[in-house]
Design a protein around this ligand. Structure first.
Ligand code: ZN
Length: 155
């Protein structure tokens, strides 16, 4: 059985080297929102197109460390086409992943629990909480997404 850490590292490297949903969308109708993590120098620009209560399309540009860029790619793959309620639920689950996993690790538990598994490939970022300085890298795309959803005109 493959080591879980190796599997997660592979997923992160795959998304870093071959980022999903790269590019831009015309604004409007898309909403453009920028995020910046001064601790690491990570940058992300998201283009969000909302339609019929869904995140109809998402594109992104950015640069920075592997964690920030892989997290953005993983996020886009996870939320594209989803109903906005599902997008917000994924956002909340990811926030929890970045805060509570540390406790589970301290207790000697594996980061892979049922609620983490529901995150699919996003679970690959669970190990980031072992390095608190990297949490902001992993969260950047998500906090930017939350900002964009708040700024996007309701349809
Ligand atoms: Zn970073």
């Amino acid at each position: 059985m493959a080591n879980l850490d190796d599997l997660y590292r592979e997923i992160i490297l795959d998304h870093y080297r071959t980022p999903r949903n790269r590019g831009e969308l015309p604004t409007p109708p898309a909403t453009r929102v920028e995020g910046f993590n001064p601790l690491c120098g990570d940058e992300i620009t998201l283009y969000l197109e909302l339609a019929d209560g869904r995140l109809a399309d998402i594109k992104m540009t950015g640069r920075g460390c592997s964690i920030s860029q892989a997290s953005a790619s993983l996020m886009g793959a996870a939320v594209k086409g989803k109903a906005l309620a599902e997008v917000r639920a994924a956002l909340e689950r990811f926030r929890q992943l970045m805060t509570v996993t540390e406790t589970r690790l301290d207790e000697g538990g594996e980061p892979e629990t049922p609620d983490v598994r529901s995150l699919g490939e996003l679970a690959a970022l669970a190990g980031v909480v072992k390095f608190p300085v990297r949490i902001k890298c992993a969260m950047l795309a998500w906090t930017t997404l939350a900002q964009g959803l708040d700024e996007a005109p309701a349809d």
